[in-house]
Write a protein that binds this ligand. Structure first.
Ligand code: ZN
Length: 305
């Protein structure tokens, strides 16, 4: 079984000047997946590589201040990479579009999880970008789906190493929207100071959070599979390879609702420079393997929301 990936080249900008590699990550991720599994994701075979429709600036206004959005597009407000490069907001329309079409696909095709090879969402607040996040795609997608159907309930399970402060800020700004969304962010609790203890406590937190998300009876869960939770990551992290695999396996096998997942942070250096040696892409590939492997269980458990 294979997880569909929602990708358009316009999601990537390869030469944004930043410590974060996230602007170019969608392209590199898809290239690596084609390398490992050409028959699923290759351009001439690729029935699992799905097209993307861009969102519009109007969609961003649902959860962001209009003057802030317009300023980022005009190059007068800082984007998430702390520069004024107007290619960044234009790419965001495709990046968030990828998460939206992946979400709709997941909801229409349970229990198959869908992958949006995107990141850079959860630090963007109502009025400000920050921490490599320009606009909060998690909240834009949640608001869009709820606008289309007011009965829809969305879960956001954020397993990036860092606190999803932007998501929390937007939920506080829109109380009606907050009634339809349950948000759990690991970064609120695990600073990475004591990796051994936190690795154990994280798995307990994850089970508890998933139980709460299941009890909320979501129509969709957006899962941020952050790579910076790895113990070798320079920006934090306390989970080794086995811990991350257990995290992903637990998510895909115990969340009952349809799942759309994205990549989120990851800052380990790629010393050799090639795709196959990139430690961050390796973590994301492992998430894809867990997503694929979960499908049999998800069907057997009736995890079809
Ligand atoms: Zn992070």
């Amino acid at each position: 079984m294979f997880t569909p990936i929602f990708y358009d080249p316009r999601q990537s900008i390869v030469d944004v000047q930043s410590f974060s590699k996230s602007a170019g990550k969608p392209e590199r991720f898809v290239q690596l997946m084609q390398h490992y599994d050409f028959r699923s994701y290759g351009p001439n075979y690729g029935n699992k590589l799905h097209p993307v429709t861009a969102i519009t600036r109007e969609d961003l206004y649902r959860v962001h201040d209009r003057a802030f959005v317009d300023g980022v597009f005009a190059g007068t407000e800082l984007n998430g990479f702390e520069n004024y490069d107007t290619r960044v907001p234009e790419a965001c329309l495709w990046i968030i579009g990828s998460l939206l079409v992946a979400s709709k696909h997941a909801m229409a095709n349970p229990p198959t999880p869908a992958c949006s090879p995107t990141s850079g969402y959860h630090h963007a607040t109502h009025r400000e970008s920050g921490g490599y996040c320009t606009f909060n795609g998690l909240m834009v997608v949640a608001a869009e789906l709820i606008a289309e159907n007011s009965k829809v309930k969305i879960g956001i399970l954020d397993c990036d190493q860092h606190f999803g402060n932007g998501t929390e800020n937007i939920l506080k700004h829109y109380p009606l929207l907050a009634k339809r969304v349950i948000h759990r962010t690991a970064g609120q609790y695990f600073p990475g100071d004591d990796s051994e203890t936190e690795a154990l406590e994280f798995q307990a937190w994850l089970h508890h959070s998933i139980a709460e998300i299941n009890a909320f009876d979501c129509d969709l869960v957006l899962y941020q599979a952050g790579a910076d939770a790895h113990i070798n990551d320079p920006m934090g992290g306390f989970l080794d390879d086995a811990g991350l695999a257990l995290r992903d396996r637990t998510v895909f096998n115990t969340i009952k609702a349809p799942i759309a997942w994205c990549l989120a942070g990851g800052y380990q250096a790629n010393k050799c420079g090639s795709l196959a040696t990139d430690p961050v892409l390796r973590i994301h590939h492992n998430t894809l393997l867990e997503s694929n492997a979960s499908l049999k269980n998800r069907i057997n458990q009736g995890t079809t929301a």
